[in-house]
Design a protein around this ligand. Structure first.
Ligand code: SF4
Length: 416
């Protein structure tokens, strides 16, 4: 096999990493005390931009250690039987690349995953060694997101947490029977065990030891996971049920939804078409409603006929249209929980309105200022100077708002 240049390896292994959506560097303890400079804008290979929940854009070098893999997961471009060009970085090469990019201010951190080489333990050792060398030999204080290879020993998963800010174990598919069919070498038990180890590490890292010393920091930005959407028959509500259980059982920071990408020479067990990106986007919105807006999963499901979220309406609007007896809401009297259910009002807008109404009665203009637009809000509220009358119950409201929502949606919805 011809020796690949570092540049060619970077091309191959950055491209191979793009299918993993499970990275966003939210919530991590800032390790970089060197400077307050911004991040240089580059078009370099392997640099992805991830947005944190507070809107900050961070740049990560997102690569695989290798795309060789001894597993044969049907949905994965890097599976054993796939006919792709293979490459492998050495630990030293990843360390050097990360430091070079970091010092040039191209990146704020590293996202490192890998195909499985030799065994889960060996692969995890190599990933850990990259992080350990960066931290201990080079004093690197940037962000690190490491993948935990399901099946690796608990000791190695724990070691990873002492060097990485975030860890992720991918559950891959929402349906465990589909996982057994499409990824026969993986078991749900191993995946859950790995997530459990990370959870224990995170909880242990928050406390103090029996001597009263602060415990060693462990994955301060928590753990996340990724689910592939559209590779199996799971409906949106089944996917949300799985997410709900994962958030509850493992204290995840985020579940990432990644629309299945058809791959060359794929198995007949897989769909030939990629699901519409809007499906991914609606799942993110529904996930957000469950975590930050007080919605129960069953409420979202009640407005998702056949278990599928409406691609034309965001799930909050779909719920409001299905529950018109709950509206209009008097924004001068309603509590925060109810205000959060009004379509078009986000958490920031609601907080702002609660602040304003301490001093005056809210008008439509106050809502416009807080939310940036009134089209979706107007049918669902009463203010000091507005009552929607029959608008809330209008039969054509759904079609009108679907049109408005479509115009407001970005055309291409991706995570990064
Ligand atoms: S173990 Fe990971 S890299 Fe290997 S085939 Fe499965 S999904 Fe792809």
């Amino acid at each position: 096999m011809a020796t690949l240049t570092l540049r060619r390896k970077l091309e191959i292994l950055a491209d191979a990493a793009k299918y993993d959506a499970s990275c966003a560097s939210s919530g991590g303890r800032k390790r970089d005390s060197r400077d307050g400079q911004g991040i240089g804008a580059i078009n370099g290979m392997g640099v992805c931009h991830a947005y944190t929940p507070d809107g900050r854009c961070v740049s990560l070098l997102k690569i695989l250690l290798t795309n060789f893999c001894v597993f044969d997961c049907a949905y994965c471009i890097n599976r054993l039987s796939s006919n792709v060009e293979r490459a492998r970085f050495s630990v030293e090469e990843v360390v050097r690349l990360t430091l070079d990019f970091y010092k040039r201010n191209y990146i704020e951190g590293l996202f490192l995953s890998s195909g499985v080489i030799r065994s889960a333990d060996y692969t995890q050792e190599q990933l850990n060694l990259v992080a350990k060398t960066l931290r201990e030999t080079h004093g690197y204080r940037g962000y690190i997101h490491l993948k935990i290879v399901a099946g690796a020993s608990p000791e190695l998963a724990t070691e990873a947490g002492f060097y990485a800010d975030r860890l992720s174990v991918n559950v891959e598919l929402p349906d465990e029977t589909a996982l057994a069919r499409l990824a026969p070498e993986k078991t749900p038990g191993e995946i859950k065990r790995a997530m459990g180890v990370v959870r224990l590490g995170i909880e242990g890292g928050k406390g103090r030891s029996y001597t009263g010393k602060t415990a060693r920091v462990f994955a301060s930005a928590g753990q996340s996971t990724q689910m592939i959407v559209g590779a199996d028959a799971a409906t949106d509500t089944e996917i949300l049920a799985r997410s709900e259980s994962l958030y509850g059982s493992y204290g995840l920071k985020r579940v990432y939804y990644s629309a299945f990408s058809p791959i060359p020479d794929s198995s007949a067990a897989l769909p030939s078409e990629r699901p519409h990106l809007m499906r991914e986007h609606r799942l993110y919105q529904a996930d957000w409603l469950m975590r930050f807006y007080g919605f129960e999963r069953e409420e979202i499901a009640s407005a998702a006929p056949g278990g599928m979220l409406d691609p034309a309406l965001d799930p909050k609007l779909a719920w409001a249209l299905a529950n018109r007896d709950r509206f209009p809401v008097n924004v001068n009297r309603a509590d925060r929980e109810l205000l959060l259910r009004i379509p078009g009002l986000g958490v920031k807008a609601v907080n702002r309105l609660i602040g304003v109404r301490r001093h005056k009665r809210l008008t439509l203009e106050d809502l416009r200022r807080a939310s940036g637009g009134l089209k979706r809000v107007r049918p669902f509220v009463t203010t000091a100077d507005w009552s929607p009358g029959g608008l809330t119950d209008s039969e054509t409201l759904s079609a009108r708002l679907a049109g408005a929502a479509k115009a407001a949606e970005p055309h291409q919805l991706t995570l990064f």
